[in-house]
Design a protein around this ligand. Structure first.
Ligand code: URA
Ligand code: ZN
Length: 393
C-alpha cells in the first residue's frame, strides 16, 4: 500500500494542567489571572505585559472592569491545556503527528529546589498524553534549568529513555547567563551525546526600551514588536553567541532545531561571516573553525514557521539550498495554541496555520516531493518518528 508522507507539526505547545496551576498561584509573570467581566482567565507571559498587568490589577482592585482589548496577555482557552483540543486542532488541519513542547517560559522561573520534581512531572504528563494517542503524539521534554547540575544532567539521562521523547525544548537563557555560558557546555554535550535534538525557542525578546514609549508598555502596538521582531532577534543572538564561543566545533553531535526559521539567521548569516572575517582575533580562530554556513548546513535545522514563501526560500537557501541539502533541514510547524483566529471560530481553521502551509506550497509547488518533505518527511527522518516507541534501557 502506498502510504502518503505524514504531515508533522514540530512546533506546537501545551501547558499541562499542573503547570497552569502553578501559574495560577503566582503573583508575578508568568501568571494566570482572572479579571472581572471576562469569560477566560488571562495567561500573561512577556515582560512587555508587566505594566498592562499592573494597570488591570489596579482597576480590578477598584472594582472596575478593564475592556478585554486592554487586558494583558491572552485568553487562556482550552487550546493551551487540553490534549483532546490538540487532537481536534490536528484533525481540523490535516496534521497527522505533533511533537509537543511546553510553551515559554518553560521551567526557567522555577525555584531551584522545585525544578527537578516539576520537570519530572511535566515530562510524565507529556509521556502520558503521547501514550494515549500512539503514533500521533511525541514530545520535546522540559529541562529543570534552575536545578543543581547533577539533577539537570540526571533529567537529561532520564528523558532520553522516555519512549515518546525526541528532544528537549530550551530557551535562550540557558542556566541564566545564556547558552554560551561555559557552565552550559556539559549540558549541551550531554544532550548531543544522548541524541536529543534541542528545540531552541525565544521568550525574552529584546530590552523593552527598544520598542519606544508606544511599543512595549501601553499596548498601542499590541504584541507585534516583541513577537515579530524581538523573538527572532533573540534566537539569532543566542545562536550567534554559541557560534562565536566555538561550541558547535567542540560539540559536533549538538543538533539545534531553531524556532521561527532561525529568526533572522538565514538573512544575516553572510553579515555574521563578514564581521568575523574583519575582527582580527576572531578571524584568527575562525581559520581553524567551521563557518556559520557550515553550522547551518550540518548542525542546525529550521522550522517552517515563517508565514511567507519569501522567508521560507531564504531559510532553505541558508540551510544549503535545493541542491545542497537545504530542503532536508526544514520542518513544518504551527505554533499552536498561539495566534488563534480573531474573527472566526477557534474550533475551525486557523489562518496562522494556512499561512505556513501555503508558504510551503508557494515556495515548492503544491504536491511536490520537497513540499511533502518539509510538511512531514523531514521530521519523520530527523526525529526518528517511525522508530518504535519502546522503553529504552
Ligand atoms: N507567543 C509566545 O509567548 N510564545 C510563542 O511561542 C508564540 C507567541
Ligand atoms: Zn512557539
Amino acid at each position: 500500500m502506498a502510504s502518503k508522507t505524514p504531515v508533522v507539526d514540530v512546533h506546537t505547545h501545551m501547558y499541562p494542567p499542573e503547570y497552569i496551576q502553578i501559574l495560577e498561584s503566582r503573583g508575578a509573570i508568568p501568571i494566570v489571572r482572572s479579571f472581572p467581566g471576562t469569560p477566560d482567565p488571562r495567561i500573561v507571559l512577556l515582560s512587555t505585559e508587566i505594566t498592562p498587568l499592573k494597570e488591570a490589577e489596579a482597576a480590578a482592585a477598584r472594582g472596575e472592569e478593564t475592556p478585554t482589548s486592554s487586558l494583558p496577555g491572552r485568553p487562556l482557552t482550552s487550546h493551551y491545556a487540553s490534549v483532546e483540543q490538540k487532537i481536534h486542532f490536528m484533525d481540523t488541519h490535516g496534521i497527522d503527528v505533533s511533537v509537543l513542547s511546553l510553551a515559554n517560559p518553560w521551567l526557567d522561573f522555577v525555584d531551584s529546589d522545585q525544578a527537578g520534581g516539576l520537570a519530572a512531572s511535566v515530562n510524565a504528563g507529556f509521556s502520558a498524553m503521547c501514550k494515549a494517542h500512539p503514533g500521533r503524539l511525541f514530545f520535546f521534554a522540559a529541562l529543570p534549568v534552575t536545578a543543581p547540575a547533577p539533577i539537570l544532567l540526571k533529567t537529561i539521562a532520564d528523558v532520553a529513555t522516555l519512549p515518546y521523547c525526541r528532544g528537549v525544548i530550551l530557551g535562550t537563557g540557558g542556566l541564566g547567563s545564556g547558552l554560551d555560558d561555559p557552565d552550559m557546555e556539559p549540558v549541551l554535550a550531554a544532550l548531543g551525546e544522548a541524541g536529543l535534538t534541542i528545540f531552541l525557542h525565544p521568550h525574552y525578546g529584546l530590552p523593552g526600551e527598544v520598542w519606544g514609549p508606544r511599543g512595549g508598555t501601553t499596548g498601542e502596538y499590541g504584541h507585534v514588536l516583541p513577537l515579530a521582531l524581538g523573538f527572532p532577534m533573540e534566537t539569532t543572538i543566542a545562536v550567534t553567541r554559541l557560534f562565536l564561543a566555538g561550541v558547535f566545533d567542540r560539540l559536533p553531535k549538538l543538533r539545534l532545531l531553531l524556532a521561527h526559521s532561525g529568526g533572522t539567521l538565514p538573512f544575516l548569516a553572510g553579515r555574521i561571516d563578514s564581521c568575523v572575517r574583519h575582527d582580527a582575533h576572531l578571524w584568527k580562530a575562525a581559520k581553524t573553525r567551521r563557518s556559520i554556513w557550515d553550522v547551518l548546513h550540518e548542525q542546525v535545522y529550521l522550522d517552517a514557521v515563517i508565514y511567507s514563501d519569501v522567508g521560507l526560500q531564504a531559510a532553505i537557501a541558508a540551510s544549503g539550498g535545493a541542491q545542497g541539502g537545504g530542503l532536508d533541514r526544514l520542518m513544518f510547524g504551527t505554533d499552536h495554541p498561539f495566534f488563534p483566529p480573531l474573527e472566526t471560530d477557534e474550533q475551525g481553521e486557523w489562518e496562522s496555520v494556512s499561512m505556513n502551509a501555503d508558504a510551503v506550497k508557494k515556495a515548492l509547488g503544491d504536491g511536490s516531493e520537497s513540499a511533502a518533505a518539509i510538511m512531514g518527511g523531514n521530521a519523520v527522518r530527523i526525529l526518528r518518528l517511525y522508530e518504535e516507541a519502546t522503553e529504552k534501557a
